[in-house]
Design a protein around this ligand. Structure first.
Ligand code: HEC
Ligand SMILES: [Cu+2]
Length: 411
């Protein structure tokens, strides 16, 4: 098996709200389902409950007085003449205007306070860029890396949610934008809900919680807890499946995962393997196993049968076209269900994917792993994977083997 396929698997879902300490209590448990999990959420819940009890108090008071006055005290009784009520009572009117208005002002400023503290970031916040589209979420981390973890939500494995990682007890500042329609980023546990617009950036800040001492621990990444992310703006057919996971990790686990996501220190094959795990592995296998789409094992360099009866050589150009515009050439025996990746992959990712597919083929020119290449006696080409000289050297070798090999457009 390819060494990169033994990449650490994504730690499973451990929802923070299922932790017993986070069960909401009493009425707030009824309204919020689980306790607020950072200071801002606790503040929001407090404000909500204040408004709730304020409203309950006045509802009961006013309805009670009304019933008492209408049905008992001032009820018309036979033999009692109708009284004329006074037209005005200045002091009384001032009283019932000023007292409730000041209560409303207090509520307004409490709300304004909690709202502005979430809008205003801080210069020491962890800055993340968040994109929303029909129907998914994507995060870019400060080092330029994109999230590479996905979790499968159903047994069939067709619905996945991206996992966004953040360190514990840290202020996170999001810069958000939408690629199509309006979406709304919602983390129920943090009581965060904020809209994403096309052609415009919006911001939002929140502080992650400190992980409890008894949080779930992963053998490689340490303690972590998950929060659901949903879209709170009806945005079309699959709006309800527009889920994500915010994963709060301990500092060491976060640093480790960040290092793995970072593409700066990776060869194209490694970058491609990362994109494969995050975006393609739900439908394609790298080891020959059957799946929704054709396996990538020995895909590159071989003739592929198409639905129209012809065949095509799977060279770089065919692979590129199949990734960006999957509908143009359909592999025989498969349905045209692959999403179009045009605009969703960077050039580095696309090159990485093709390098990775080549590494999975015995006709590929990028060695799957340097040791293997050594065995084939490919002397002189022993450079680190990703070195441009590397692919050049082995190309010439391969071309000598088979005349059907298409010329390779490097860069
Ligand atoms: C929803 C499932 C699905 C996902 C996700 C998916 N594919 Fe596909 N892919 C398919 C299917 C089905 C086919 C065969 C039909 C066709 O040719 O379009 C295919 C075909 C291909 C082919 C042509 C293979 C051949 O033998 O002709 C390439 C290359 C490819 N996919 C690359 C990718 C890459 C790269 C990704 C991730 C960035 C990806 N796919 C994600 C389902 C998927
Ligand atoms: Cu949406």
């Amino acid at each position: 098996m390819h060494p990169l396929l033994t990449l650490a698997t994504v730690p499973p879902l451990k929802l923070a709200h299922e932790h017993p300490a986070n069960a909401g209590e009493g009425l707030s448990g009824f309204f919020f389902r689980s306790a607020g999990m950072n200071d801002a959420a606790i503040e929001t819940d407090g404000l909500f409950m204040l408004i709730f009890w304020f409203s309950v108090f006045f509802f009961v008071l006013l309805m009670g007085l009304m019933v008492y006055w209408c049905f008992f005290k001032y009820r018309r009784k036979p033999g009692v003449p109708i009284q004329r009520s006074p037209a005005h009572n200045g002091p009384l009117e001032i009283f019932w205007t000023v007292v409730p208005s000041s209560a409303l002002l207090v509520i307004f400023f409490l709300g304004l306070w909690t709202y502005t503290t979430r809008q205003i970031g801080s210069s020491d916040a962890l800055e993340l860029n968040l994109k929303g589209w029909k129907w998914g979420w994507g995060v870019t981390y400060p080092n330029g890396a994109e999230s590479q973890w996905n979790l499968t939500l159903d047994p069939g494995g067709t619905r996945t949610a991206p996992v966004f990682i953040v360190p514990e007890d840290t202020l996170v500042s999001l810069t958000m934008t939408s690629q199509d329609v309006i979406h709304s980023f919602w983390i129920p546990d943090y009581r965060v809900k904020s809209d994403l617009f096309p052609n415009r950036y919006t911001g939002y800040s929140f502080r992650t919680q400190k992980l409890p001492a008894d949080a779930d621990v992963h053998p490689e990444y340490g303690a972590y807890q998950d929060h659901w992310i949903f879209c709170a703006e009806y945005c079309g057919d699959y709006h309800s499946e527009m889920a994500g996971v915010l994963r709060v990790m301990n500092a060491a686990g976060y640093a480790r995962a960040m290092d793995e996501f970072d593409i700066g220190n990776k060869s194209p094959v490694e970058i491609g393997a990362g994109v494969f795990t995050s975006k393609c592995a739900t439908c394609h296998s790298a080891d020959g196993a059957a799946n929704t789409g054709p396996t990538w094992l020995n895909l590159y360099g071989y003739e592929q049968p198409l639905a129209d009866g012809t065949t095509v050589l799977a060279d770089e150009n065919y692979l590129r076209e199949s990734i960006l515009y999957p509908g143009r050439k359909i592999h025989a025996g498969y349905a045209n269900v692959m999403p179009q990746f045009q605009g969703l992959l960077s050039d580095v990712q696309l090159d990485g994917l093709i390098a990775y597919m080549k590494s999975l083929s015995d006709r590929g020119s990028t060695p799957a792993d340097p040791a293997e290449q050594g065995e084939t006696g490919d002397a002189g080409a022993e450079t680190a994977p990703g070195d441009p000289a590397d692919s050049q050297n082995t190309d010439t070798n391969d071309a000598a083997e088979g005349a059907d090999q298409a010329p390779l457009p490097t860069d």
